[in-house]
Design a protein around this ligand. Sequence first.
Ligand SMILES: [Zn+2]
Length: 149
Amino acid sequence: MAKIRVTKEFTFEMAHALWNYDGPCRNIHGHSYKLFVTIIGDTIEDKNHIKQGMVMDFTDLKQLVKEHIVDYFDHSVVINAGADKPEIQKVKQMFEKLYIVNYQPTCENLVTHMAALLVDKLPDHVQLYSMKLVETATSYAEWFASDND
Ligand SMILES: [Zn+2]
């Protein structure tokens, strides 16, 4: 039996705006995000188990991440609830899939939110090890379970 980390990669489109920020990201704009989800667990040793030799079936991991994260955020607009009310009203009229969150939707805070959405949805025999959210070709943020015990 070996302890193994297994990673699956996802892509989705999302728009955001950083309220009260002193750079161009204060305007609503989009990214093609990449999300790497890494779980850790022991490989299944039971020779009669249909998932023998796997930590978790990639297909099952894909389904969980798709259901709880990708389908939720894909083609959405995420803005900070701290923005001025009239500004939020304007945005509300324009977008159907709008999330007004209680945090600044930076890459760092988004990956923390995404980890929280998945951490208790995994089967008992595996744990969420880390998540890496890639915002641009040269920028990403990582969440590690070990950093957040
Ligand atoms: Zn951005």
